[in-house]
Design a protein around this ligand. Structure first.
Ligand code: G6P
Length: 367
């Protein structure tokens, strides 16, 4: 059916703005907000029985999987192997009887992810896919699917599908935690309450657009950008870098903040903005010392944090994008929005083709 841009300049802008609604829609499919529990949706994966979960995907979907790994391991104590699908399909990973495979794909047609799925089929493990297109090849070949209810995504760079994938990972981790007895019903309810607030916080994050547009105009003048984050915000730093390079063709790298000393610090000078994604959480102080290292070398810091973080960072020269204070679980879902908007507005300032960046395809069906 026909999808149009409505009042938006680009599909990507429209899709960024749809996120509060589609995240709410997706979460409501899996979680019972009123009762504070998980809905009894079908799953081919018995989370109580498995002892390993193999996740693979490409691009932005892979980065959603990387965040999912933190959640499954933390809340359900379930070890997760996560691979880029083009590596997984050839690396001959042994899958034991007690493991299951989970794929992530907006289109459900990505060649490498599909080949990985078929590899797992031969290995004889249960297969599930988090997928946006319900009648796709991967959906058909899986034992069961976890649909993202993002609606059609037209912009080549994935935005709303990503936050919906994250929403499902969080919901699945809570379900797995309950089934494995690593989360009490009370703990699970408090996570579900946190998730129920994600759409509202996402809507608040959208209100920062004007501020982000300004930062985007500054970024459009530079050639290299480094993104840093810790914990679940580390994959988000990689997603920020991926989005920026895809859309604006500016060279960007995403790094774990703790890894700064092991390489990227050598690149820091006045020409190199460093975007730090750091809500004020239990490891915030560690990130502050990384920022001090950057500042001491003349690096320009753009800190995406909350009010408490902005106060505590207390550096001499840095810019902040001040986000609402959100529960830790949902931080990468909510912080994804400023990260996407920043890439979008940088690209718009540079005049690139945002919905159809050069050399990229919406769904990569060849190897
Ligand atoms: C392409 C798109 C990305 C997407 C990736 C995986 O590279 O440009 O936005 O994340 O494919 O696509 P999939 O449909 O499998 O999620």
């Amino acid at each position: 059916f026909l999808v149009d841009k409505g009042n938006h300049r680009h599909f990507m802008e429209k899709e960024i703005h749809e996120q509060p609604e589609v995240i709410a829609h997706t979460l409501a499919h899996y979680l019972d907000f009123a009762g504070g529990g998980v809905k009894s949706f079908d799953t081919p994966i018995d989370f109580a029985k498995i002892d390993r979960l193999a996740v693979s995907a490409c691009g932005t979907a892979y980065l959603a999987g990387l965040i999912g790994k933190y959640w499954f391991e933390r809340y359900a104590r379930l070890p997760v192997d996560i691979d880029i699908a083009s590596e997984f399909r050839y690396r001959e990973m042994p899958l034991t009887k007690a493991s299951a495979a989970l794929f992530v794909s907006q289109s459900g047609e990505t060649a490498d992810t599909l080949a990985s799925l078929r590899y797992c089929r031969k290995e004889g493990v249960p297969i599930a896919t988090i997928v946006n297109v319900r009648d796709s090849t991967m959906a058909r070949e899986s034992d069961g699917i976890f649909p993202t209810l993002a609606g059609p995504e037209i912009g080549v760079a994935s935005t709303k599908a990503f936050t919906c994938q994250l929403s499902i990972f969080a919901a699945l981790a809570v379900r797995a935690g309950l089934e494995r007895g690593t989360l009490s019903p009370e703990e699970a309810s408090s996570h579900i309450r946190a998730l129920s607030e994600a759409p509202r916080y996402a809507a608040q994050a959208l209100k920062l657009e004007e501020r982000i547009e300004k930062v985007g105009r500054e970024l459009s003048q530079v050639r290299h950008v480094l993104y840093l984050g810790r914990d679940t915000n580390y994959p988000l730093a990689m997603e920020g870098a991926l989005k920026l390079k895809e859309l604006s063709y500016i060279h960007a790298e995403g790094y774990a903040a703790g890894e700064l000393k092991h390489g990227p610090i050598a690149l820091i000078d006045e020409q190199m903005p460093v975007i730090v994604i750091a809500p004020c959480d239990r490891i915030f102080e560690k990130t502050v010392s990384n920022m001090q290292e950057v500042a001491a070398r003349g690096g320009r810091i753009i800190l995406i944090t909350d009010e408490e973080g902005a106060v505590r960072a207390s550096l001499d020269s840095f810019e902040t994008i001040v986000m609402p204070t959100v529960p830790e679980l949902i931080a990468p879902i909510v912080y994804a929005l400023p990260v996407q908007m920043l890439a979008y507005h940088t690209a718009v300032a540079m005049g690139t083709d945002v919905d159809q960046p050069r050399n990229l395809a919406k769904s990569v069906t060849v190897e």
